[in-house]
Design a protein around this ligand. Sequence first.
Ligand code: NAP
Length: 319
Amino acid sequence: MLCSLLTFFGLYSLACWLYENIRTPVLLVVNGIQELIHGNRRSLSQKYGPWAVITGGSDGIGKGYANFLAGQGMKVALVARNEVKLKKVAEEIRNKHGVETKVVVADFSKGESIFDHLERELISLDIGILVNNVGVINEKPVRLERMEKRLLWDLINVNMGAATLLCRILIPSMKQRKRGLIINISSLASLAATPYLTVYAATKAYMTSFSDGLREELRPFGVECQTVSPGYVRTSMTEYFASAEGEPSELSKRVISVSDMIRYAGFTISKADTTTGHWLHGIQTGILKAFPPSLRLKIFSKLYTQLLAEYSDEKPKTS
Ligand SMILES: NC(=O)c1ccc[n+]([C@@H]2O[C@H](COP(=O)([O-])OP(=O)(O)OC[C@H]3O[C@@H](n4cnc5c(N)ncnc54)[C@H](OP(=O)(O)O)[C@@H]3O)[C@@H](O)[C@H]2O)c1
């Protein structure tokens, strides 16, 4: 009796894990084969609309998405703070891919006050894809009470406010056109609370929940929503992995590049509703999901306590 009960729970747990982790690869294979068989290879602009808006599109992962989407023939609108950097990236994209570009200067850390300006700049475009990518992080692992008040507001306004308010502005026209795709960039950090990156990880848990909920709201209206939860990617956000001498650390050498991530993440667009953005991060996520949430917290806690010791001037205090 005990043996069959254990077998039942073992099989049930395995089935749950497989459903959670094999779903995306299966969707990619099935939808990829379907596209090939039916020759259903409409371009992204034919399927969703001609313009893509990318927040934080002037650097890192956002710049990667902007280049990928422009390479697929989409016109791109880049939103970020630094006008000089934005114009340079827009020019690079125009020269490389021959598509129309637009730059919108906006600082999401300013909160509510900037969204009228964004609405004026974006509402007249036929937007097919919105990539809610913009995000900030504390430079190094740090205790909450040692964080600047300004940085805490930035984490809230930039990492959560930007995506939430932009969706509110752009969803009505997507619904009217009965097409569109919203790509929300979350993080592997959303899988468990992360001490010393506590607020950052909480904003990413918000993004995953927001994105997954919104997908169900939008499904009946023909608008899609994809959640992307990458692990570490080599960008200015993860610069602190470089050692004090500026040499890449062992950890930083193992971090994947933006171009590697975008090659895979780009392939998943319109095929899977959730992805990590890279197969290697898919494996890392699958391994983490084999542990119950309370154990995941212990793993993250151990890892980030070590990082606090390594990258901060403060010594960790363990219980
Ligand atoms: N890198 C990783 O390992 C990793 C892993 C998982 C998830 N993610 C997520 O991926 C997203 C992109 O990260 P990334 O590593 O590519 O970052 P990044 O290289 O630091 O680029 C950030 C982009 O956001 C813009 N930005 C920053 N603050 C802004 C603000 N207040 N208002 C408007 N624009 C602002 C920057 O433009 P300006 O120069 O104009 O400020 C830049 O274009 C984030 O949501 C991050 O949480 C990253």
